[in-house]
Each structure stands twice: as C-alpha cells, then as structure tokens.
Ligand binder design. Structure first.
Ligand code: ZN
Ligand code: ZN
Ligand code: ZN
Length: 300
C-alpha cells in the first residue's frame, strides 16, 4: 500500500472514531481518533518526503528506525517546506495528554484537534502535494473535517468574544486565558460565566466538560503556557525572563507590562537611589535595586 493511501485511510479512520465516539459515547474511540489522525498527518508528510527521495523514508538518523516527527521537521526545514509546527504540536500534545492525563474524554474537546488537523491537511495537500483535498479524502471524510472545523471555529470565536468583555489587568493576560486548555479534558473552549465583569472576580467554564475554574486557578498555568517559549529561550540563551515571582503575592509577575497577573500590583522598576533599571529577579516591595538595598541595609 502506498504511503499516501495509508495516510488517507488513517485520517478517515480517525474521523470514523470521532463519529462513533459521539454516537456510542465511547471514550476509547476518542483516543483512537487522536492517534489515527496524528499518524495520518505524519504519513502525509512522509509521503511528501518519499516523493522527493525514495530511500530517505526508511532510514532515520539512527539506522533502522523509521522517520519520526523530529526527522521530518528537520528534513522539512532543510527542504524549506513550511508547515505550521505550532499546530502540529498542539495536536500531538492533546493526543498525548488524552492518553495519559485527562480525567474525562469529551468528544467536544477533540474538535479543536480536528479543526487544527483540517487546517494542516488542507494547506499541505493543496500547497505541497498539489492535489484537491476533497478529491483525495473523498467527500464524506472531507465533509466531516469541514463541518467540525466550522463548528469549532464558531464556538471558539464565541469564547474569545465573551472573554474580551472582561476587564483584565493587561491584554496579554486575556490572550493567555484565550489560549488556555481545560485541565480535565483538554478543550480550549473556555468562557466566563458572566460578561463585562472584572476578570479576577469571574468564573470560567469549560464548554466541553462543564468544569468551572476561578481566576486564580487558571492564571498561573495560563501565563506559564503563554510565555513558555520566551521563558525557555531566556533560560537557554541568558537574558531576562518575561515572568518573575511577584514580590507582593508570589504569583506570575509580567516584567514587560510591569504588573502582576495574579494580584494586579505593580513594582517599582527603576531604583530610587541609583536610577538604574531593577532586573526582574531583584523586584521587591520597595523601590531599590538589589545593590542599593544591600548598601542601605549595611548603613542601618
Ligand atoms: Zn474541560
Ligand atoms: Zn502579585
Ligand atoms: Zn540602585
């Protein structure tokens, strides 16, 4: 069987799993859905690589094992084939977490994965494989992909819209809430139960599993996720981290916005004594840099 046929079959199977998971409320079919769709996408990529170089696909970097995610990513970069890896990572994260961490598996929560998959598949088949995705997948499978994507997008837009009516300490906290996924089921369809309120006083509901969160429960993990890449780079290359421990409450303090995402307090960022910028790790409840505060305490 060709790799392309395998890819199409795997994605079609995944969609069948999705439909069955709704009809029979069968949680196992949700895991199988995520596995099949993810595997199908990787196979689509492998098909592309094998069409460029026949030998390549069977030899990964360490000898016999077949080409995996990282090999494909490296190879695509080398060949200047663009794919939205953030989306793939989201699909893969959900797949992995559905298997190991989520306490409830809701078919609604998979819609985000299918929607992301639709975008990846549609672009990749059109741009890289120069084929009509509807023809390649057949109108039945394609119709499910399009429909789930459209329903999901609409619901997501609704969630974003109501989130934006809240008053957050800063806009990036709102962005972090918008991209936050439910701890229990992985859905990112999270919305506030009331509009036009102070975010910090709001309750947030997961549309897929109905779990409710307080502001405090979401804010730290949401901010950490949102700034994950930047924090990682700062740690790796040196440089200021975008988040520090809030000197007032210990929560996530946003250094650029100069405000705490958790308590909304702002620290003084310029030393009152020497006029230098106070680095994130030296922010404190008073207005001196670490050096001046050390000198002052000696004088006492
Ligand atoms: Zn949920
Ligand atoms: Zn704080
Ligand atoms: Zn100073």
């Amino acid at each position: 069987m060709s790799i392309l046929k395998n890819a199409v079959d795997s994605i079609a199977l995944g969609l069948e799993d999705y439909e069955t998971s709704i009809a029979e409320e069968d949680e196992r079919r949700i895991i199988s859905c995520t596995r099949n769709i993810y595997a199908g996408i990787l196979l689509l990529f492998k098909h592309k690589l094998s069409s460029i170089d026949n030998k390549l696909i069977w030899v990964g970097k360490k000898g016999k094992r077949t080409v995996n995610y990282q090999d494909i990513k490296d190879k695509f970069e080398e060949l200047k084939i663009t794919v939205n890896w953030d989306r793939i990572d989201k699909i893969n994260d959900y797949r992995n977490e559905a298997e190991h961490y989520f306490s409830t598996l809701e078919h609604k929560a998979v819609q985000g994965l299918i929607s992301n998959s639709f975008l990846i598949i549609s672009d990749f088949v059109t741009e890289q494989l120069k084929q009509d995705p509807k023809e390649l997948f057949g109108s039945d499978s394609w119709a499910i992909l399009v429909e789930v994507h459209e329903v999901y997008e609409k619901e997501k837009e609704g969630c974003i819209g109501s989130m934006e009516t809240l008053n957050f300490f800063s806009e990036s906290i709102c962005d972090a809430f918008v991209s936050y996924s439910c701890n229990e089921c992985g859905s990112d369809l999270i919305y506030p139960d009331e509009l036009n309120k102070e975010a910090i006083e709001s309750q947030f509901v997961c549309k897929a599993c109905d779990v409710t969160y307080s502001y405090e429960e979401i804010v730290s993990p949401a901010i950490e996720d949102h700034y994950y890449a930047e924090t990682y780079l700062a740690m790796k290359d040196g440089g200021d981290s975008p988040i520090a421990d809030c000197p007032f409450c210990g929560g996530a303090y946003l250094c650029e916005e100069k405000i705490c995402a958790e308590c909304g307090e702002s620290a003084v960022h310029e030393c009152e004594l020497c006029g230098n910028d106070i680095p994130p790790e030296e922010l404190s409840e008073d207005s001196l840099c670490g050096y001046c505060s050390h000198i002052m305490s000696k004088d006492d």
